[in-house]
Design a binder for this molecule. Structure first.
Ligand code: GDP
Length: 444
C-alpha cells in the first residue's frame, strides 16, 4: 500500500547533494517533493502545509551522520515528523471504567462498522477475557441487526435480542440495562451510517451518545477516504466527540493520507487497523510502522539509526584506505564480520535495504545467515596474527589446529580462506595500480 507516496519520496533522494549539514536549498527541493507527494496521497491541504513547515524547519542545518547519504538523512527526518503527527505511542482501546463499559462505533455506510464491531468483540472476548455484548442500533438498513447477530454467532459473542420497532436510543438503553443485569463487561454499540455526513446522522449519533454515555467513541473510516477525511473526522469529532479512530481496508492500496489527515485534524489517536474481511484481521496501530510504510524505503530509518550508533568513522576511513591500496587481510575480514554482527547480522542489514525482503529465502539458502558469520569469526579468532596477515602460510597442519580451535571442520576453514581470497582479489582490482604496490610491499 501507499506505493505512490513512497515512490515519490524515494525520487527525492537522488537529487540531494549536501554534505555535512543539510543546506536550505537541498531541504527546500526535498520538501517541494514531499508536499506534492502528500497531496497526491490525498492528505488534506492544511495538514500538508503544517507538516511540511514543521519538517522543513527541522531539516535545515541538520547534521548528516557520517556514512549516511543526505537523502537518507532527510527520509529519517520526514519519518520522525510523520511519527509525531501520527502520534508517538500506539494506544489500545480503553476499558478503564466501571462495567459495563460502552464502546460506540460511528462512521459512514460501508466503512466497516459492523465488521469492526465483531472483530473488536472477538478480540476483547478471546484476548482480554471480557464478557462482551454487541447491539446494532441500525434501524435504517433492513437486516443490519440480523447481520450483526450472524457475525456474533460466528465469533462466539452475544448480541442483544432484536425487538422490531425500537428506535436507536431505545435499543442503546436496553443494551445497557441488559449488560448491567447479566454482568457483561463491555457493550459494543454498532450504529447506522449514511453515504455522506449529514445533520440527521449527527443528531442521531449525539442522541445515542447522550443515552449511552460511551467510554469510547470510535470513528470507523475507510483508509481509502480522500480529501473527505478531514470533513468526516471533524464533523464526528465536533458533534459526537471522538476518542479514537479505526482505519479499515488497510489491506487495500490506500495511500495513508486519511490516517495523517484524521489524526492531525482531530488530535485523536488511531487505535486499530482493519486489514481484511476475516474476523481476526485487525491490528494495533503503530505510528512508526505506518510512517515506515508511507515512506516505503525499506527501513532506511533504522539503517540511519544503527549507523549512527555503530559505525566508527575512523574505522571506516581505515577500511577505505585499505581498499584504496588493495590490501585486505584476514584481520580486515574479521573486523567487517564484527561490524555486520553489530548491525544486527546479515538478516538485519539485508532487511533494511529496499527490495531485499523478497529475496530473503534465496539469501538464506545461500548460507548468508548469522550462524555462518559467527563461525567465520571463530575460525579467524583461532589463527595467530602472523597467519591472519599472511594466510598463504596456512598448510594442512595449521588448518587442522585452527579447525579444532574453532570447533569446525577443515573444509569450513578452507571455505573461509577461499572467500577471503575472492574478496582480496576484488579489493586489488578496485584498488587499481596502487593495489600492486601495496601487495608487493607486503610480500617483499
Ligand atoms: P458498515 O456499513 O460500516 O457496517 O460496513 P460493513 O461492516 O458491513 O463492511 C462493509 C464491507 O467492507 C464488508 O464487505 C466487509 O467485509 C468489508 N470490510 C470491512 N472491514 C474491512 C477491512 O479491514 N478490509 C477489507 N478488505 N474489507 C473490509
Amino acid at each position: 500500500m501507499f506505493e505512490s507516496l513512497s515512490e515519490k519520496l524515494s525520487g527525492i533522494l537522488d537529487k540531494l547533494t549536501g554534505r555535512g549539514a543539510l543546506s536550505e536549498e537541498d531541504v527546500n527541493a526535498a520538501m517541494r517533493e514531499v508536499r506534492r507527494a502528500l497531496l497526491e496521497a490525498d492528505v488534506a491541504l492544511e495538514v500538508v502545509r503544517s507538516f511540511v513547515d514543521r519538517t522543513r524547519t527541522r531539516a535545515i542545518g541538520a547534521a548528516v551522520i557520517k556514512s549516511v547519504k543526505p537523502g537518507q538523512m532527510v527520509v529519517k527526518i520526514v519519518h520522525d515528523s510523520l511519527v509525531e503527527t501520527l502520534g508517538r505511542e500506539s494506544q489500545a482501546i480503553d476499558l478503564n471504567a466501571p462495567a459495563p463499559v460502552a464502546i460506540m462505533l460511528v462512521g459512514l455506510q460501508g466503512a466497516g462498522k459492523t465488521t469492526t464491531a465483531a472483530k473488536i468483540a472477538k478480540r476483547l472476548a478471546e484476548r482480554d477475557r471480557r464478557k462482551v455484548l454487541m447491539a446494532s442500533l441500525d434501524v435504517k438498513r433492513p437486516a443490519a441487526q440480523e447481520q450483526l447477530a450472524i457475525l456474533g454467532r460466528q465469533v462466539g459473542v452475544d448480541t442483544l435480542p432484536i425487538i422490531p420497532g425500537q428506535d436507536p436510543v431505545e435499543i442503546a438503553r436496553r443494551a445497557e440495562a441488559a449488560a448491567r443485569l447479566q454482568g457483561y463487561d463491555v457493550v459494543l454499540l454498532d450504529t447506522a451510517g449514511r453515504t455522506h455526513v449529514d445533520e440527521p446522522l449527527m443528531e442521531e449519533m449525539a442522541q445515542i451518545r447522550d443515552a449511552a454515555h460511551p467510554h469510547e467513541v470510535l470513528l470507523v473510516a475507510d483508509a481509502l477516504t480522500g480529501q473527505d477525511a478531514v470533513n468526516l473526522a471533524k464533523s464526528f469529532n465536533e458533534r459526537v466527540g471522538l476518542t479514537g479512530i479505526v482505519l479499515t481496508r488497510m489491506d487495500g492500496d490506500g495511500r495513508g493520507g486519511a490516517a495523517l489527515s484524521m489524526r492531525a485534524v482531530t488530535g485523536k489517536p488511531i487505535k486499530l487497523l482493519g486489514v481484511g474481511e476475516k474476523m481476526d484481521a485487525v491490528e494495533d496501530f503503530h505510528p512508526s510502522r505506518l510512517a515506515d510504510r508511507i515512506l516505503g524505503m525499506g527501513d532506511i530509518v533504522s539503517l540511519v539509526e544503527k549507523a549512527a550508533q555503530t559505525i566508527d568513522a575512523q574505522q571506516a576511513a581505515r577500511m577505505a584506505e585499505k581498499m584504496r591500496k588493495g590490501v585486505f587481510d584476514l584481520n580486515d575480514l574479521y573486523e567487517q564480520l564484527a561490524q555486520v554482527e553489530k548491525m544486527g547480522g546479515m538478516g538485519g542489514i539485508l532487511g533494511m535495504l529496499p527490495g531485499v525482503a523478497k529475496m530473503k529465502d534465496q539469501l538464506a539458502s545461500a548460507n548468508l545467515d548469522d550462524k555462518v558469520i559467527k563461525r567465520q569469526r571463530a575460525v579467524i579468532s583461532s589463527m595467530t596474527m602472523q597467519e591472519r596477515r599472511n594466510p598463504d602460510i596456512l598448510k594442512a597442519s595449521r588448518k587442522k589446529r585452527i579447525a579444532a580451535g574453532a570447533g569446525v571442520t577443515v573444509e569450513a576453514v578452507n571455505r573461509l580462506l577461499k572467500q577471503h581470497r575472492q574478496m582480496a582479489d576484488m579489493m586489488k582490482m578496485m584498488g587499481g595500480p596502487n593495489a600492486k604496490r601495496g601487495m608487493m610491499g607486503k610480500l617483499g
